[in-house]
Design a protein around this ligand. Structure first.
Ligand SMILES: *[C@@H]1O[C@H](CO)[C@@H](O)[C@H](O)[C@H]1NC(C)=O
Length: 351
């Protein structure tokens, strides 16, 4: 494990040089998905699924709580930087940014959303179809501001990061009885989501997207919130949820293979982070962490969003010693390690 870690450190060096000598191939990073990649769109819609207040962002430049569900930056920020682009990706709904800013990176993601429309309804956040509507609006602005040629180049050559799915299971299927009535087995529900993923990917392909990184589920049974309710098993990971994640990710992998065969020029990448995250959770000290079972914020067992209290006496001092920042989301350092891994294993070919 240590060897692997050292290998990663070398890879980061390599990537930094590669991005300096070879920048410009990917003009922008364009992001779709949920809180794993949302840089603050929810600040501008009426929802409680927000994080634009302390202690969120305490390790972000100027301690700014941007709406990222993290103590600092999140994965798309690190990936953008690795491509020689800006170190943070702005949220499309943030009026303080203009189309010139968005031309080198833009985020349409919304915390709490999923493939399933019903998932977005739980906390009144942006459903995936609406993220695509915003993307169409973005394309229009690109054309109006830069002309068709430049706009087409940005649309075609950019790297699209898609990270979504966890909420469909944890906030929707395993929370709402009506979803479980409709889809009697979780496999049925998985297949429904895969069909939605298929539609979504074809739709952005038809809109001109070509280079796409698709990330599905983390080992969601190891999220502190799920461990907290696993009392019978002494707060170990909920194996059942991890098995569902593995099964769903495998189906996503098959979808990726299928679409790459079917759609001419499509470069869809199955950027699976499950194993990397599980390694970190199972062997935190090998990655320099002190705790992988609870989040830094509050007691770390249930707090996220509005329940993260900046004055909680239980909060940890150094969030980056924790694998998780709150009960549902990784710390900045975990996001950085995962981003380095994704860059090296799946995305370096786009550099
Ligand atoms: C989700 O909602 C949108 C907008 O109402 C609709 O066009 C779409 O068909 C819905 N998707 C499904 C699978 O019901």
């Amino acid at each position: 494990m240590m060897k692997l870690y050292i290998l990663w450190l070398f890879s980061i060096q390599f990537l930094l040089h590669a991005s300096i000598s070879n920048s410009g191939k990917v003009p922008a990073i364009i992001v779709f998905g949920d809180s794993s990649v949302d840089s603050g769109n929810n600040n501008f819609i009426p929802t409680i699924a927000r994080s634009n207040f302390p202690p969120y962002g305490k390790d972000f430049p100027n301690g700014n709580p941007t709406g990222r569900f993290s103590n600092g930056r999140i994965a798309p920020d690190f990936i953008s930087e690795a491509f020689g682009l800006k170190p943070t990706i702005p949220a499309y709904l943030d009026p303080s940014y203009s189309i010139s800013d968005f031309a080198t990176g833009v985020c349409f993601a919304s915390a709490g959303t999923g493939f399933d429309n019903a998932t977005a309804s739980v906390a009144d956040v942006i459903p995936l179809w609406k993220e695509v509507e915003f993307y169409k609006d973005y394309q229009m602005k690109l054309r109006a501001n830069f002309g068709d040629k430049k706009a087409n180049e940005i649309i075609k050559e950019s790297l699209y990061l898609v990270s979504i799915g966890t909420n469909d299971f944890l906030e929707n299927y395993y929370t709402l009885p009506q979803t479980r009535m409709k889809y009697k087995t979780v496999q049925e529900y998985e297949d429904f989501l895969i069909a939605l993923a298929d539609n979504f990917l074809r739709e952005i392909y038809d809109l001109g997207a070509r280079k796409i990184s698709l990330t599905g589920l983390p080992p969601m049974g190891c999220l502190p919130l799920e461990r907290a309710i696993n009392i019978m098993d002494l707060h170990s990971c909920v194996d059942y949820y991890n098995d569902v994640a593995l099964e769903f990710n495998a189906k996503l992998g098959w979808l990726v293979t299928k679409l790459n065969k079917e759609l001419h020029g499509f470069q869809l990448v199955d950027a699976n982070a499950y194993n990397m995250l599980l390694q970190i959770v199972k062997h935190p000290s090998q990655f320099g962490f002190e705790d992988a079972t609870v989040g830094c914020c509050g007691t770390g067992r249930f707090e996220m969003g509005i329940f993260c209290d900046p004055k909680s006496p239980f909060s940890c001092k150094n969030a980056n010693k924790y694998v998780f920042w709150d009960a549902f989301h990784p710390s900045e350092r975990t996001s950085q390690l995962v981003s380095n891994y994704l860059m090296q294993k799946y995305l370096a070919k786009f550099l």
